[in-house]
Write a protein that binds this ligand. Structure first.
Ligand code: EPS
Length: 390
């Protein structure tokens, strides 16, 4: 199963094409729209989120509410395009019109893709870079993952996510009894944080950053329950599922780090306090007393919950811009000011859930590969029984 995305932040629309989704999966726009709405929420977003009301159009691969095995094409219109038609249109424009379109960007923002992308592709107007490097693209990644999440839920795999930290303020309380409760609690919080007291402080920190023309980052965590044992493989570097999840987290805009289970803490403990003891019962099969490994050993799932965290740096578009250089004059200048969010960590937590869900659904299909949902479900159920009795 694979997907590609296309679309610029202020272009007409975002598009994704998904290939390899089995036939017979119940799929409606409603399901996808719910995920899109979750991504649009979150304290700290800028004015753009008031302009966009992301709604999916399913333009192929689904008929009468079910996938048919054909490529699925999903489209989200950018409402803001109506204000950007001259600047972002695909057709050639006259030199007079070029004069009118005065928003050429020549002062790269430190921390953004602007300068490297401009040099790589030879763009003197860095809008050609920032339009595509914008996190607006995550809209259709979340849409694609809504399909993946539907596959996962059909085979008993549940995905949840929350925010652990924003601007140095840490959630102290992180309790939840089930993935459903985790999702309800994080959904109820404007910053997707389970600790209400910390959430209040996070919001004040976001307010303060906004007042200062600054931005702040944070840490998000994704939890997955119900993955069968032994998905992924130890036999080849590029088949290690844990590595694919790490790459997926690192592929989210502005992410700079990733941890699985106790992650970096493992460096500070002896082996006896890191590795998870193995036990077996007739009802549950093989389980672990602890889950420091975060659901992975040897690049394969252990059957314990997957616990993966990602670090998002502060958004590099600042109202108080940093020192830069104008690429036309080579003179020092403050970087360009673009409309921006002060903090997008809550939204990024939904995106993190999404990219993980995609990788896991793709891994299940690769391992238990089927063209039909009913056959996939049977194969996974048989494997679960086999592992239990092994
Ligand atoms: C983004 C800048 C802002 C964000 C955008 C990501 O957009 P604009 O430049 O239009 O104000 O709102 O995020 C989204 C549009 C979105 O849907 O998440 C950036 O530069 O990455």
């Amino acid at each position: 199963m694979r997907y590609l995305t296309a679309g610029e932040s202020h272009g007409p629309q975002l598009t994704t094409i998904l290939e390899g989704v089995p036939a017979g999966l119940e799929l409606t726009s409603d399901k996808i729209n719910k995920e899109l709405a979750r991504r649009q929420k979150g304290y700290g977003r800028g004015r753009r989120m008031q302009i966009e009301k992301d709604q999916i159009q399913i333009t192929s691969g689904v008929r009468h509410g079910y996938t048919i095995g054909a490529p699925i094409a999903l489209v989200v219109q950018n409402n803001d395009f109506k204000h950007w038609q001259k600047i972002m249109g695909a057709e050639p424009i006259s030199s007079e019109e070029q004069e009118e379109v005065k928003r050429k960007i020549t002062r790269p923002r430190p921390g953004h893709a602007d300068l490297n992308g401009a040099i790589k592709y030879g763009h003197r107007d860095m809008r050609n870079v920032l339009e595509r490097s914008s996190a607006r693209e995550t809209t259709v990644r979340v849409a694609a993952a809504a399909v993946a999440k539907t596959i996962l839920s059909e085979v008993g795999v549940k995905v949840g996510g929350h925010v652990l930290e924003i601007g140095g303020i840490k959630a102290q309380k992180r309790d939840y009894a089930s993935i459903e409760e985790l999702q309800d609690k994080s959904e109820a919080s404007p910053v997707r944080c389970l600790d209400e007291e910390a959430a209040e402080k996070m919001m004040r920190a976001i307010d303060e950053a906004k007042k200062q023309g600054d931005s702040i980052g944070g840490i998000v965590e994704v939890i997955v329950e119900g993955m069968p044992i032994g998905v992924g493989s130890h036999v080849q570097y590029d088949r290690k599922l844990e590595a694919k999840l790490a790459a997926a987290i690192m592929s989210i805009n502005a992410f700079k780090g990733v941890e699985v289970g106790i992650g970096f803490e493992a460096a500070r403990r002896p082996g006896s306090q890191v590795h998870d003891e193995i036990q077996w019962t007739k009802e549950q099969g093989y389980t672990r007393r602890t889950n420091n490994a975060g659901g992975f050993e040897g690049g394969m799932t252990t059957g314990m919950p997957i616990v993966i965290r990602g670090v998002m740096k502060p958004i590099p578009t600042l109202y108080k811009p940093l020192e830069s250089v104008d690429i036309d004059t080579k003179e020092p200048f403050k970087a360009s000011i673009e409309r921006s969010d002060s903090c997008a960590v809550p939204a990024a937590s939904v995106v993190a859930e999404a990219v993980i869900a995609w990788e896991l659904a793709a891994a299940l299909l690769e391992q238990f590969g089927h063209d039909r949902m009913d056959a996939l479900k049977d194969a996974i159920e048989r494997h679960r029984q086999y592992s239990k009795e092994f």
